[in-house]
Design a protein around this ligand. Structure first.
Ligand code: ATP
Ligand code: MG
Length: 604
């Protein structure tokens, strides 16, 4: 690849490193690769020897037709030659079959390993990573780019050596056949290979650009699918379609450019092939006239020239795929290499016993340089029912996301039952925390499966019990298949409130030490909210609960109300105490009364 292209496109890793890492991925399957190479070696033999035998056979035939006159015994060597060729064919067939099976295994094993690694990496990646990455692009890389690598594992590791052997075998058999023919034929080999490799390298940066454009197309597509309601509601179809079409057109243009480059260069390669054949034929004819070579061997020369062209063609087909593979590998490694900032420490402390005492020690946090939470100090006794109140953007969601370590504070620390949460095993910590998010995600599985998401081994009774406590049973009776009803993308669509209840049931089933409800009751009507709360009173009483709610009626019942404003705690206490003094909490309640939001259902 050209120097400029190098600087422009390979920003992360040198090719040598990528190559090494790709090899390392295949190390567990070294036997497969060894087997493939051995078979390639065995396949090479008939490919380079057979033309010679054919030539000898044809020469015999010529002798028979034009020479010595007809005699039955002269047929015998011909039959022998036909037998050898048939045996070669059978041998080649069996070997090729075995080779294909072996290569498919190799490819699939390495690629599924890699896909699993990428998946695991993403599963453990911190939230701040996903804040910056687009899901369409990640999917494109995990599926599209990983699949591009199959070429590397079969072509480079197995076909590559085979081509090399083939070329070596071709060169030696020629020297053995006739030195003069070899002399005109051999210089073509490096020239041929050089030409093919040069062309392919030229194409490399184009592939890089193309993969990036495909990313972009995936981003627009996934945004438009996910945000279809917004797109339609704001009648933005035309603009969005224009965006998509622009990228598509640019991909199209790049393909055309690639094809043009290809077609501009490849005729020169074919020309080289023809020149080679011509040179070899001329020399063979000359040697035949000299009486050194038999005329029938001209056929062998034809076939050898084919060996060269075929191998060249294979290199030509491989090179872009290899270059493409390098680009794809680089993009996959980028995902694998992104540091996961939030991890279980090397030697985690055991989970402390306790009922959920949570202490924020002067916690400061921000998603980027500007702080979202400043100097938060809270000491929450076990079993407390905490309500977080504050204007939109005041940092309520951010505060509770620190507890399961979705993000880590910039300064200060958080303790749970005495232990710094950063010293604990991440999975154990998260198992102690039930989380109901502001917007609920349901998976494409049954209702029961969704509720049991955190506890897959849960018994049916426990699932239904959690569902009853969250009020899921009220609407589930309307479904014919009850808890086995499919939801999510391939099943029934639930309303916002119904989804919330499923999410609450999901959190309850985990029986967590700490329960977090981020606006969990926002999309249920106030009657349901009351019902959920009454039902939850028993669950809530022996665990620490954080509730973010906008209704004073919900907030009022809390043991501790924490009022946030611009990332700071401005008030904390019980309803009775806070309402007695002028301040943001009183304003919050007064606003609700004025609007009639409290205890009265707001018109939807
Ligand atoms: N993933 C993120 N990346 C960068 N900034 C963020 C992110 N999430 C939230 N913020 C910013 O952090 C601030 C606090 O947001 P947060 O979601 O905690 O507010 P909130 O109090 O929960 O608001 P609401 O009541 O609307 O849910 C906001 O200024 C917001 O823009
Ligand atoms: Mg929020």
């Amino acid at each position: 690849m050209s120097k400029r292209g190098h600087q422009e496109f390979e920003t992360t890793l040198p090719k040598r490193v990528i190559f090494g890492r790709m090899l390392a991925l295949a190390r567990p399957y070294a036997w497969y690769i060894g087997g493939g190479i051995a078979m390639g070696l065995l396949l090479m033999l008939p490919a380079v020897i057979q033309p010679w035998i054919e030539g000898v056979g044809i020469n015999q035939l010529l002798d028979l037709l034009f020479g010595t006159g007809f005699e039955w015994s002269a047929f015998l060597p011909l039959v022998r030659i036909a037998g050898i060729i048939a045996a070669f064919a059978a041998f080649g067939m069996v070997l090729r079959y075995a080779n294909t099976v072996l290569m498919t295994h190799l490819r699939m094993k390495v690629l599924t390993d890699l896909q699993r690694r990428v998946y695991r990496k993403l599963m453990h990646q911190s939230f701040s990573y996903f804040d910056k990455q687009d899901s369409g692009q990640l999917i494109n890389r995990t599926i599209g780019d990983v699949n591009m690598l199959h070429v590397f594992y079969t072509m480079v590791l197995v076909d590559g050596p085979r081509i090399l052997f083939s070329l070596l075998g071709y060169m030696s058999v020629l020297v053995f056949f006739d030195r003069w023919v070899a002399l005109v034929a051999l210089p073509f080999v490096p020239v041929y290979v050089f030409a093919v490799v040069t062309i392919s390298r030229k194409i490399h940066p184009m592939f890089h650009e193309m993969r990036d454009q495909l990313d972009e197309a995936a981003i627009v597509l996934s945004e438009n699918v996910q945000g279809v309601q917004v797109v339609r509601a704001f009648a933005r179809e035309d603009v969005e379609r224009g965006r998509y079409e622009k990228i598509n057109r640019s991909i199209y243009e790049r393909w055309v450019r690639l094809a043009r480059t290809f077609s501009a260069y490849f005729p020169s390669v074919f020309f080289l092939g023809s020149a080679n054949l011509l040179a070899m034929l001329a020399m063979t004819s000359y040697r035949a006239l000299e009486g050194v070579l038999a005329a029938g061997l001209i056929w062998s020369v034809f076939r050898w020239s084919q060996v060269l062209t075929n191998n060249g063609r294979m290199i030509a087909r491989m090179m872009p795929a290899i270059e493409h593979g390098f680009v794809s590998a680089e993009r996959v490694f980028e995902i694998l290499d992104a540091p996961a900032s939030i991890r279980t420490p090397g030697s985690p402390k055991p989970m402390p016993k306790g009922r959920g005492r949570v202490v924020f020690e002067n916690v400061t946090f921000g998603y980027d340089e500007h702080p979202v939470l400043e100097d938060i100090a809270l000491d929450i006794p076990p079993g407390t029912n905490v309500a977080l109140v504050g204007a939109t953007g005041s940092g309520k969601s951010s505060l509770i996301k620190l507890l399961p370590r979705f993000y880590d504070p910039v300064r200060g620390r958080i303790r749970m039952d005495g232990a710094d949460i950063r010293d604990l095993d991440l999975e154990e910590l998260r198992n102690e925390i039930g989380f109901v998010f502001q917007d609920t995600f349901l998976f494409s599985t049954s209702l029961a499966g969704n509720i049991a998401f955190g506890v897959p081994e849960a018994e049916r009774r426990a699932i239904e019990d959690a569902a009853r406590r969250a009020g899921v049973d009220e609407f589930v009776s309307a479904f014919e298949q009850g808890y086995d009803t499919m939801v999510g993308e391939r099943g029934v669509t639930l309303s916002g409130g119904q989804r919330q209840r499923v999410a609450i049931a999901r959190a309850l089933l985990m029986n967590p030490r700490i329960l977090i409800l981020d606006d969990a009751t926002a999309s249920v009507d106030s009657t349901t909210e009351r019902a959920i709360q009454d039902a939850m009173a028993e669950v809530v009483k022996d665990r620490t609960t954080f509730i973010i709610a906008h209704r004073a009626s919900t907030v009022k019942r809390a043991d501790l109300i924490v009022v946030l404003d611009k990332g700071r705690v401005v008030q904390k206490g019980r309803h009775g105490d806070l309402i007695a003094v002028p301040g943001p909490y009183r304003e919050f309640c007064e606003m609700q009364w004025k609007l009639g939001l409290d205890d009265v259902e707001a018109p939807q």
